[in-house]
Design a protein around this ligand. Structure first.
Ligand SMILES: Cc1cc2nc3c(=O)[nH]c(=O)nc-3n(C[C@H](O)[C@H](O)[C@H](O)COP(=O)(O)O)c2cc1C
Length: 140
């Protein structure tokens, strides 16, 4: 899908699996957060694991470095508890809105953390992520 890009900061791979499911649904591949933001992407899916109720440092750096005016952003994340992603997504949303982005929606699931949430994100979670991708892409 043209004009759409997916980026993720995932230390352990859980949120990367979600990003891959979203990108596959859109017929694209996940971009590199260490590279500059593509100029033609009007809809960005940005995701992160939750580390101390916050996104990864790499994602915050990506947001700080990019130009987001006129872009729509859909946020996603995984965390040990439901609260964690909600807080983490709020941190990303605030930083993005300060940079002129329009946050159009968010989605999160539990992610395996030590012995918690074993096997998650699971197939049901990933199906939810794919549905979120379709809905966000349709709302552009
Ligand atoms: C250093 C560290 C800090 C974490 N802090 C939180 C937290 O504050 N709240 C929470 O709900 N989960 C927390 N978690 C759990 C992760 O958010 C969860 O395992 C997530 O799925 C990790 O995503 P990733 O595999 O993409 O890195 C933490 C995990 C690690 C490794």
């Amino acid at each position: 899908m043209a004009g759409v890009a997916v980026f993720v900061d995932s230390r352990g791979g859980n949120t990367r699996r979600v990003a891959d499911a979203i990108a596959e649904e859109l017929g694209i591949v996940v971009g590199d957060i260490a590279a500059p933001l593509p100029g033609d992407a009007r809809l960005l899916f940005l995701g992160s694991g939750t580390y101390g109720s916050a996104p990864g440092a790499g994602m915050m750096k990506f947001i700080a470095a990019g130009s987001f005016a006129g872009r729509n952003v859909a946020l996603f994340g995984t965390s040990g508890g439901d609260d964690g992603s909600v807080k983490m997504i709020a941190v990303m949303a605030e930083a993005l809105e300060k940079k002129g982005a329009t946050v159009i929606g968010s989605w999160h699931s539990r992610g395996q953390f030590l012995l918690l949430n074993w096997g998650r994100p699971n197939e049901e979670d990933l199906a939810g992520a794919r549905k979120f991708a379709r809905e966000m892409a349709a709302s552009r």
